[in-house]
Design a protein around this ligand. Structure first.
Ligand code: SF4
Length: 155
């Protein structure tokens, strides 16, 4: 039985509220990047962890801790989520580091089928920059312009 760990992108989960529905659905149905496992072999999802946030100047060095948290439970395959594979500028460096530190690990790039890369990047850019539909901010509260969803009125 394949013992699987998933390494995801912190930004898509934390900032964009991704609940990984595509990753789990494809794992359950052995589709997407899970299609290559033998048909009669059950998949055992051991755990999920996220990268910890964009490492900027530190580079990929800290990723070993995240992967170790999964290898401690005996995973033999590590799937990088499809969003990480498609948008993460550190992806290749992460993979190089993981290969060096965990040579026994089967690294799989992806979870669900890949998106159209240009449309996906445009969508992610909008989710991050929020230009089309600007979010409310602290300044809206300070300047008493904040819109309240409930019947509660601001004094
Ligand atoms: S380092 Fe990559 S995977 Fe992690 S938050 Fe940044 S873009 Fe996402």
């Amino acid at each position: 039985m394949a013992k699987i760990g998933i390494l995801g992108c912190d930004s898509t989960t934390r900032s964009m509220n991704c609940v990984m529905i595509g990753c789990f659905g494809n794992l359950r149905e052995k589709k997407g990047s899970f299609a290559d496992y033998p048909k009669d072999e059950p998949l055992n999802l051991i755990g999920i962890i996220h990268c910890g946030g964009c490492p900027t100047a530190v580079g990929a060095d800290g990723i070993w801790q995240k992967v170790k948290a999964l290898t401690d439970y005996g995973i033999d395959s590590l799937h990088l989520t499809s969003c990480l594979v498609q948008i993460c500028p550190f992806k290749d460096e992460f993979i190089k580091t993981i290969r060096k530190d965990f040579p026994q690990l089967n690294i799989v790039e992806g979870t669900h089928p890949f998106h159209d890369i240009d449309a996906f990047k445009k969508g992610i850019r909008e989710l991050v920059s929020q230009r089309a539909v600007p979010p409310q901010r602290m300044n809206d509260l300070v300047f008493k312009k904040i819109k309240i969803a409930s019947d509660d009125k601001m004094d």
